[in-house]
Design a protein around this ligand. Structure first.
Ligand code: ASP
Length: 323
């Protein structure tokens, strides 16, 4: 029989070796009740995007269809100058778009450096569903889109052209002008408990022609693992790519971190590896797990995200931040 003293001795030993067995801090899995359906998305334009996604989710539709429908709203809105139509051009005056989509079965599709197509997310889905590839870029992506019935359109609005002409006067590109970019990343959990995500952007305003950020890169701008959760990113893509941001968030959730803590740990990693010296450099992550728990975390103040669920009436929330 184990005496009380032996027991105490053994348990003290167990406690003292535990940190060596588990080098990573692990939180207990959340035991919150499951909420579904849920849709979350980045920035203020996430609100109308969520409304569209909710039409699909609230009628029993699939998360994949919801995110594709949702992100098309800012893609088609000329007033959103960081996504799709009306997006700020690169320094040559050309609007080039990046987008990706991922479903509950690890199917994914992506397009990058795509010009003259209003809804790159739909082209990304077409790549996912009708080719053996994941990513198409530039003129190849455009050729594929046109062959599949997408219309070529001018995406440079008079407002964005004016802003670009004004910028040309000094041509001063600070890599991280905080107001010249913002992506819509959207994550959804449907009534059947399946997760999907989509991400779409015109990238950094006045970037070098040909520059591609994190948004169309599976694992950087977006990642979905139906066993665990999903994550998406916004902000300076170069800093997100450096740490495989969205994949890292999902891996933290796999270890048992809550969505918010998973985003926070990844933001700490971004900060540790960061090359940008600009104080206004923003990076933010948004995450949703299998139970419908969501969370976000940003590097600096200012990141907002929208949440629609049976418990949240499409509310815009302020994210916590590190600096
Ligand atoms: N992540 C995007 C990019 O680097 C921009 C943003 O979300 O602000 O292209």
């Amino acid at each position: 029989m184990t005496s009380r003293r032996d027991f105490l001795k053994k348990s003290t030993l167990a406690v003292s070796i535990l940190p060596f067995l588990k080098p990573t801090k692990v939180f207990p899995k959340s035991i919150s009740k499951s909420v579904k359906p849920v849709v979350i998305s980045t920035w203020h334009f996430g609100v109308p995007a969520n409304d569209e996604a909710w039409k699909v989710l609230s009628t029993g539709g699939r998360a994949l269809d919801a995110v594709e429908a949702g992100v098309q709203i800012p893609e088609g809105d000329p007033k959103v100058n960081s996504v799709g139509y009306g997006g700020l051009p690169d320094r040559e005056g050309r609007v080039t778009l990046d987008s990706c989509i991922m479903d509950e079965n690890a199917n994914c599709g992506s397009v990058a450096f795509l010009e003259n197509i209003m809804h790159p997310v739909c082209v990304a889905r077409k790549v996912m569903e009708s080719t053996k590839h994941i990513m198409l870029v530039g003129s190849g992506a455009q050729k594929f889109a046109v062959e599949n019935g997408f219309k070529k359109e001018n995406l440079l609005t008079p407002e964005s052209k004016k802003a670009w002409l004004n910028w040309l006067k000094n041509s001063n590109f600070t890599p991280d002008p905080n107001l010249l970019h913002d992506t819509i990343g959207m994550l959804a959990l449907d009534i059947n408990g399946n997760l999907s995500g989509a991400c779409t952007t015109s990238g950094l305003g006045y970037k070098i022609h040909g520059r591609v950020g994190d948004s169309p890169i599976i694992g950087a701008g977006l990642f979905v693992d139906n066993e665990v959760g999903a994550a998406t990113a916004t902000g300076t893509g170069e800093e997100v790519i450096r740490v495989s941001g969205s994949h890292t968030v999902v891996e933290y959730m796999r270890q048992g971190y809550s969505p918010m803590d998973a985003c926070k740990e990844t933001i700490k990693r971004v900060k540790a590896k960061m090359k940008s010296k600009e104080a206004e450099t923003q990076v933010a992550f948004l995450a949703l797990n299998k139970e419908g728990t969501f969370g976000a975390y940003a590097l600096i103040n200012g990141f907002k995200y929208a949440v629609y669920s049976p418990e949240e009436n499409n509310t815009l929330k302020k994210s916590d931040y590190l600096n």
